[in-house]
Design a protein around this ligand. Structure first.
Ligand code: SF4
Length: 679
């Protein structure tokens, strides 16, 4: 029995795993003590990955409607439909909706095919729901989507601010690392969150922020540091471009939290220059998510607390390979390899790919993409490795959009998902334990994900499906990849364009790996520990302090007097298509609970353990009630994972609206006006 080194299938921590194949479809899992992301530690989800590798529910052959088809027939049909669509309605009538579950090589091929050959920018990813606001904030502040810290900085920080992050549940191995730093060096921990989560319970200071209060709080902290004389004038002068009068005009008292708590927080910030602000979906999933990211980054730039050990703003991603997708260009608003859509960047990319149809500009972001499907502008949609009928906001609308679409292709490991039920063509993809390639974690570390088990029946790697399809569209030469190594090598070469345009994304050292060297590739961080230490990626080398404004909190409609927040449970993942297979993981929380403050429970006639219907302008769903004072009065919380056992539809994500952040296009899942009634 051979031990194989790979990485976890779940979150952006990117833990290394040592897997031993013990049978045809069974593996045992342990943490990889040599992997620098986790040094052998795993959380419950990673530990129980072995329970999810069976073939139950798998899609094992291509399907056209309800009948089995061969690969030739299924891909020929998909190519015919796409060709017709482009001929009649132009390239923007087709779209790919992809996923942070894809490997970087899958992402690279999908992006190259859409933006260089089909000729549209219409490829977007479910990472849009996760951290697009952090990407936009990085681009605005740094001139590039670069995380300026690594996990090693967590070990050397004296103060860690967790902003909108239930780290103990959602990134458990980072949480263990923070806990170790607290024990070893006495690192102080502040949790800033509207919910008093399991993480908040263990903090040195919990700041109970109003929903969307982050911009006001971080702007007030910056003003308070200014008043204490703690801004770094030299750093601001030499390394930052700051709007005239912006910092001077901020008001230290405009924070909206109780003054004693603010003072305690500000005292901690003032006393601990080695400070990390780790932010996650609670900050990003907001109609003001980009401004939140920039408010956090502004504080670090103005005080000079960045690019040194133990300090910096640190966005943590949700998915295992959200970062890889960001790098190669899987977001509709990036071309490829951190490049945008200027004439020169497009010309360079077209030349590199020898692309006949380079797209003219950005494509539609996820929410707009499904609007375009709904109103018939997009007529051909290919969904890869994700379940938008459950995970998108206003999921009922997305379901309608899919049902109306002329051609829906779904590549997935599972035969029957809420999305694939609406597909015309289903294509069997490889899953974790079968596929081979790379992922990038939250600290920019590229790690190998290696195949442990043989491909079942006719399932194929996503990149291989796409290359076969591209050949049928007449572009076979540009997609004649025969291995993940060949794709990675081309991607790594392509980062020379990023370097040419002043970016720090540079993998050119890894450009000539052959299959054997790729197979042996050890985890490697691109950009080093502090990639922005010498210069930022704007053309003048300076960072930008971005003028941000606290969003007006919309007045509550009397019909929807509460605010609904959604999030994750510790032992479930996304729409449960994998974690739902593990009996052990199901024990943590057996059903979705509606968390409500005792005052609201009394006012709305809800009993602990009873059933309640939550309604919003977008939809309704029923949950079991859990009365808890960890909720702020006026706020509700439900987990995002479950579908409705009667209708099979999304439960939580039927409720949020399609409202998005105006810069990043990320939906605001955390603050939906809602009503609740006992059932
Ligand atoms: Fe997997 Fe994330 Fe848990 Fe690590 S922390 S084992 S990457 S789910």
């Amino acid at each position: 029995m051979r031990e194989i080194r790979t990485t976890c299938a779940y979150c952006g921590v990117g833990c290394g795993i040592r897997a031993t194949v013990t049978g045809e479809r069974s593996v045992t899992i342990k943490g990889d003590t040599e992997h620098p992301a986790n040094f052998g530690k795993l959380c419950s989800k990673g530990t129980h990955l072995g329970e999810t590798v069976g073939l139950e529910g798998r899609l094992l052959t291509p399907m056209i409607g309800d009948r089995q088809a061969g690969w030739d027939e299924a891909l020929d049909l998909a190519a015919t439909k796409m060709r017709q669509c482009i001929a009649e309605h132009g390239p923007d009538s087709v779209a790919f909706y992809v996923s942070g579950q894809l490997l970087t090589e899958d992402y690279y091929v999908a992006n190259k095919l859409m933006k260089g050959f089909i000729g549209s920018g219409n490829i977007d990813t479910n990472s849009r729901l996760c951290m697009a606001s952090a990407v936009a904030a990085h681009n605005r502040a740094f001139g590039e989507d670069v995380v300026p810290c690594t996990y090693d900085d967590l070990d050397e920080a004296d103060l860690i601010l967790l902003v909108g992050s239930n780290t103990a549940w959602c990134h458990p191995v980072i949480w263990q690392r923070i806990e170790a730093a607290r024990q070893k060096r006495g690192t102080k921990l502040v949790v800033i969150d509207p919910r008093r989560t399991e993480t908040a319970e263990q903090a040195d200071l919990y700041v109970a922020l109003a929903p969307d209060g982050d911009v006001a709080l971080f702007s007030a902290l910056l003003a308070d540091m200014r008043d204490r004389g703690l801004l770094d004038a030299a750093f601001l002068d030499q390394k930052c471009d700051t709007p005239a009068g912006y910092v001077e005009g901020l008001i230290a008292s405009a924070h909206g939290i109780d003054p004693d708590t603010f003072k305690a927080l500000s005292d901690l910030v003032a006393a601990h220059p080695r400070m990390i602000s780790l932010f996650s979906q609670g900050a990003n999933q907001s109609r003001s998510g980009t401004d939140k990211g920039n408010a956090i980054i502004n504080l670090h730039l103005a005080t000079g607390l960045i690019s040194e050990p133990g300090m910096g703003p640190f966005s943590i991603t949700g998915q295992p390979n959200a970062m890889g997708g960001r790098e190669v260009g899987g977001l509709a608003n990036m071309l490829a390899c951190h490049l945008g859509f200027s004439a020169e960047e497009r010309a360079d990319v077209a030349l590199f790919w020898n692309a006949p149809n380079i797209c003219s500009g950005p494509g539609l972001k996820a929410v707009d993409m499904f609007r375009a499907v709904h109103d018939g502008r997009i007529k051909f949609l290919w969904v890869m490795a994700t379940n938008p009928a459950v995970s998108m906001p206003d999921a009922g609308f997305v379901r309608e959009a899919l049902a109306r679409c002329e051609t829906v292709v779904v590549s997935d490991v599972l035969a029957d998902t809420d999305t694939s039920r609406l597909a015309h063509i289903r294509l069997p993809a490889l899953g974790w334990s079968e596929k081979d390639g790379t992922v990038t974690n939250s600290e920019r570390r590229i790690s190998r994900q290696r195949a442990l088990l043989a491909a079942p029946r006719e399932a194929r790697a996503d990149w291989a499906i796409l290359c076969d399809f591209a050949g049928r569209m007449g572009w076979g030469k540009a997609f004649d990849f025969t291995s993940a190594a060949a794709i990675f090598s081309e991607y790594a070469q392509m980062t020379s364009l990023a370097v040419k345009h002043g970016k720090v994304l540079d993998l050119t050292d890894l450009a000539l790996l052959d299959d054997a060297a790729f197979d042996a590739l050890d985890p490697v961080i691109w950009g080093g520990r502090h990639p922005l230490a010498k210069r930022f990626s704007h053309t003048d080398g300076k960072a930008r302090i971005v003028a941000v404004s606290a969003p007006a909190v919309p007045a509550l409609d009397p019909a929807f007097p509460l605010r609904l927040n959604t999030g994750r449970y510790r032992d479930q993942w996304h729409t449960m298509t994998r974690t739902g297979l593990s009996p052990t993981l199901s024990q943590h929380r057996r059903e979705a609970l509606l968390e409500v403050h005792p005052r609201d429970a009394l006012q709305h006639g809800l009993a602990d353990g009873g059933l309640a219907e939550v309604s919003t302008a977008s939809g309704k769903a029923i949950f079991r009630v859990a009365v808890t004072d960890s909720q702020r009065p006026g706020d509700l919380f439900v987990p995002m994972h479950w579908t409705d056992s009667f209708s099979g539809e999304a439960r939580a994500n039927r409720l949020p609206s399609q409202d998005t952040d105006p810069v990043s296009g990320q939906p605001g899942f955390k603050d939906t006006p809602a009503a609740v009634n006992p059932v």
